[in-house]
Design a protein around this ligand. Structure first.
Ligand SMILES: [Zn+2]
Length: 88
């Protein structure tokens, strides 16, 4: 299993295969939190399906996430960010 083409998105990688990954790596960028900061390990929330947590702060980037739901990517909602939030 190699994913080094640069076209893989973080959410296409199963959490079990992401254990040793810290983003960004091999052209794979993590999602952005509300502050526009990339998350180094966004796979935790989706693994908590059924956990009595609801919303909580991602321990990796501090962004607000929901247990059982994939990490949100605020890069997909650019209205929430100012241009200075992007770092390349
Ligand atoms: Zn995060």
């Amino acid at each position: 299993m190699t994913a080094r083409t640069g076209t893989v998105k973080w959410h296409e990688i199963p959490p079990a295969e992401a254990v040793d990954i810290t983003l960004p790596t091999d052209g794979i960028d993590g999602p952005l939190n509300e502050a526009g900061e990339p998350c180094p390990w966004p796979w935790e929330p989706q693994q908590l399906k059924g956990a009595p947590l609801g919303q909580y702060h991602c321990p990796y980037c501090g962004g607000m996430v929901v247990a059982g739901v994939p990490h949100p990517d605020y890069a997909a909602a650019p209205d929430n960010l100012s241009p200075t939030d992007y770092k390349g």
